[in-house]
Design a protein around this ligand. Sequence first.
Ligand SMILES: [Zn+2]
Length: 580
Amino acid sequence: MSYSDSFFESSLIETIRTQTDLVALVSEYLSLKKAGQNFVGLCPFHTEKSPSFAVNPVKQFFHCFGCSVGGDAFHFVSKIEQISFPETVRRLAHKAGVPIPTPTEASHPVDTESEAIYQINEAAAERFHRNLVERPEAQLARKYLEERGISKETIKGFLIGFAMPGRGEMIAQMKTATPLLEKASLIKKGGNGYYDYFRNRIIFPIRTVQEKIVGFGGRALDETAPPKYLNSSETPVFTKGKHLFGLNLARGKKTLVVVEGYFDAISLHQAGFSNVVATLGTAMTQDHLRLIRRFSEKVTLLFDPDRAGVEAAVHVAPLFIENEMTAEVVSLPKGQDPDLFIRKQGKDAFLAKLETGELILSFVIRQAALSSSGSIAEKTKAISGIFSFVRKIPNQMERGYYLKAISDAFGIEEKDLRTDFEKEKILPVGAVMVSVTTAKNYLPEDEKTLLALLIQDQMDCTLLSLIFPDDFTTPEIKNIVHYFWDAERQFWFFPESLAGRVSDSDQSLFSALAVLEIASENRGALVADCIKSLHKKRLKREITKTQTQLKSAEREGDRVLAESLQHTFFNFKKELSQIG
Ligand SMILES: [Zn+2]
């Protein structure tokens, strides 16, 4: 993303920037905790278990030491929403209440495709909702919702809608170009031209944390027209297994209750459980977990205690273990789903049920023991399967806890179990470390420290006069130094808007330095050491250079020059020995 080819006045960008608080902005997408001078959290741009995403609240920069993404508020929004720079400016201006001059037709950039789809989804959701509320064709749908106990307020709150039974209603109702409707998965092209993707279905808009509608889910009214549930097909903003229904409402809750179906989530929300999300009918994925981890610490999964429920638990258990995230399983009475349970037994019974949560691996162990009560061969096979889960646990005490649980559940001596567990030992999955490029650690410490303090505006002015651009040797660092050095007037300066100047290729190192935490105990001594170290290196470079020049002067017999260089050489030597 480049600032320079944007048509916005730089003063406008600056106004928006000063009116935007990066910490508050980032907090809308993930949980941040104060740590030293920075705020840290789990990076939204890559999967990680411990936070390497840092925000400097003073300089208003963020950087991830895991995936090296970094920048300012504009970079953050553009990256996380995957929108263009002009769109980001408009978005942040709107948030900050900064008016944007109406662009002329010529200068108006084309909105990104994603933004266009969000807009069309919003309009379609309104249209579906009005169908449900107003149209006579929706009579059955209204009755169905009523029978399932969904109130009018809930229908309005979730903007539940109805897709008309006709084939071409969407094209007729929406005054939008067909290619865009098709791109948004609202219509499809068939042998006889375009037809509506959703027909005769109750429609649930699926929203992001930011309340944007990414797609829809549709429940068939006519049981003879499968599938029972149909989700939008893939679009530039909708990917299967990436979204959680209800997350916009559940955002910020420490514990999330995860269910599968739309009606499960809606019923529970209606009963006052605002921390419920639904996986849109699929099993949980790594992407789901990544979304959840931004805000929540614990997940409660609701399962049928039948075979399918156990299989589902076995399927997702490794995901939670690998991500070191707590998951509890709550078993519902046989044949009941959350929707049925809350409607039949009520809020208090559901609350009590949530209290009975069992750690997911304990649940898996107990269920495996229950279903393999037969031969020792069967037990051994089941246990060996569970071992593979236990091996993924990084914490030894926790591994010990589960080995004991297996021993109890299967009635096998713990020491025999441990012998087998040790014997089969193979490399745990977690041990295959992903190599992570941390804070450009190949760069010299002294240069990094001084430049970081310079960027963070924490450098004592009197010390600045002791530092020169030539003291910095690494090309990447030199690039950044030049943003601060006025070559003509030979002094350091602090440009008002740094982020706008920094080129895309320098951005990552720049933001890394902007959030780099410099030890604050005795910082004066640290800075002095760094300056001394740079100074020494500069002198050594000068000495080598002078030596070379001296040799060549001697070779050419230029005695005057040689004598002068000799003099210079000794002066450098003397200076170096004085520094010590
Ligand atoms: Zn990252």
